[in-house]
Ligand binder design. Structure first.
Ligand SMILES: Nc1ncnc2c1ncn2[C@@H]1O[C@H](COP(=O)(O)OP(=O)(O)OP(=O)(O)O)[C@@H](O)[C@H]1O
Ligand SMILES: [Mg+2]
Length: 438
């Protein structure tokens, strides 16, 4: 029976999760961690202080580290654990998670190993090894059960976390070039890239769609995770460089801590959409999370929320915004952005309610921006001005963004142009209503 599980940052004990009767958890920081220079809190909900944090605080935070929906079901079945047994699942797979921490075992640099996927699957090319890897993910998400592999990331989509190795065989940051290799991180090693395969049944064109949204965001100067399209024997995937990894002077990787906005607001993954009777985070609440950020970073948050409305990313729920913890918290770059406009079968209402009601992004008018601003303590005119500036920049950069994405190997240029057209129309429709009387 588990009594206590340690949370580590590399080899440092950060704190302990205690299991009490009836499965209730509590958390406390290790005293040495509280006294260490360069320490960081795990969450805005877990400020650095002595004493116990109760189940209501630690449980949602932990649950948000796990994958969701089918991914969680398959994974927990493979482990022989209940989907609700969050701590036991994380003890098995929580070695490399979103952010800097490892659960249950320290991450010891000299033990880290990387196995190139070609060698792992006995394939000659990255493309065929990736295709095999994607087949594998359906059966065992994050290679659960593989010796030395302990990976977990949130989200409902199938995905993998790998490490890019340069020509010298050493891990490197950023996207892979043709000479680089993709490798499975083992024995506590950090991953550096997240790869999200296509999903032709449910979300046709997701790879081009997301690549376009992210590339356009970068061109209009929103900080965004770097991405590229990868081919895997006829399948496609989006490779996204991890922004929560950096490199030390000696060339070894270092994890940076992050938490998503569901964690920062103490809500469960199941509350990520404000729908039905579920109370999650409305748009105003989402923007109020900016109180944890320095003013410059709060503006980045506002820009991300605006952009998600303009491209009609109805899936921009609380787990698709994150903050990074350096000396002070800062806004993480934009990630997981796609437009719902081509997918009639997918929920067309924005993840957050705006002024108490579910709304479609394309119907956002001046009075809605004003309501968002009022509810989150912002200046309505300034928010609308920022939205207007983004729309102008999006129109100016459409051709460049389309070309950058369409020219990537494996991309369908027809699809990219189609998404670009839908997104621009949505943004211009919103732009036309920015100055309405309200
Ligand atoms: N570039 C990145 N760097 C670091 N962490 C990332 C990056 N992209 C995503 N993440 C983390 O991984 C999680 C899952 O990624 P992502 O949101 O792209 O997946 P998803 O399955 O599409 O999610 P959803 O369920 O929202 O559709 C994110 O919530 C975030 O914590
Ligand atoms: Mg997501």
């Amino acid at each position: 029976m588990l009594k206590s599980v340690t949370i580590f940052y590399e080899t440092f004990s950060v704190g302990y999760i205690h299991l009490k009767d009836q499965g209730k958890l509590s958390f406390e920081y290790e005293q040495k961690w509280l006294n260490t220079t360069g320490n960081f809190p795990l969450s805005t909900t877990l400020p650095l202080r002595e004493g116990l944090f109760p189940d209501e605080v630690i449980m949602p935070w932990l649950a948000n580290l796990l994958p969701e929906e089918k991914q969680l079901q398959v994974l927990s079945r493979a482990l022989g654990l209940a989907t609700s047994d969050v701590l036991a699942i994380l003890r098995e797979i929580g070695g490399d998670t979103a952010g800097a921490i490892s659960i249950g075992e320290p991450s010891i640099r000299k033990d880290w190993r990387y196995v190139p996927i070609e060698a792992y699957y006995g394939k000659e090319s990255q493309s065929s090894a990736l295709a095999r890897h994607f087949d594998d993910l359906g059966k065992r998400p994050f290679l659960v059960g593989e010796d030395g592999v302990r990976l977990s990331l949130a989200g409902g989509q199938e995905k993998t976390a790998l490490t890019v190795l340069g020509e010298d065989g050493k891990p490197k940051l950023g996207l892979p070039s043709a000479e680089d290799q993709l490798a499975i991180p083992k024995e506590g090693a950090p991953s550096t890239i997240i790869i999200k395969p296509d999903n032709n049944t449910w979300l046709p064109g997701i790879v081009e769609n997301e690549a376009y949204c992210m590339t356009l965001a970068g061109l209009i100067h929103l900080p965004v995770a770097e991405c590229m399209i990868l081919e895997a024997e006829g399948r496609r995937a989006l490779g996204v460089a991890r922004y929560d990894r950096t490199i030390r002077g000696d060339g070894s990787l270092r994890r940076l801590h992050q938490e998503d906005f569901a964690q920062a607001n103490g809500i469960y993954p199941g509350q990520k959409y404000e729908q039905g009777t579920v109370k999650g985070l409305d748009m105003e609440g989402l923007l109020r999370t900016g109180v944890y950020l320095p003013p410059k970073d709060a503006l980045k948050l506002h820009d991300q929320a605006i952009y998600n409305i303009l491209v009609a990313n109805t899936d921009a729920h609380a787990k698709n915004y994150s903050m990074l913890f350096g000396k002070k918290p800062g806004m993480a770059p934009l990630y997981d952005v796609s437009s719902v406009l081509d997918w009639d079968h997918v929920n067309q209402y924005h993840a957050q309610k705006i002024a108490g009601r579910r709304r479609k992004p394309g119907n956002t008018a001046a009075r809605h921006w004003e309501a968002i601003a009022r509810g989150s303590g912002l200046n309505g005119a300034a928010l609308r001005r920022r939205a207007g500036d983004q729309i102008d920049a999006m129109v100016a950069m459409r051709v460049k963004a389309t070309a950058l994405v369409a020219n990537q190997p494996g991309a369908s240029s027809d699809l990219v142009e189609h998404f670009a057209e839908l997104i621009e129309k949505n943004a211009l429709r919103i732009g036309g209503r920015l100055k309405e009387e309200f």
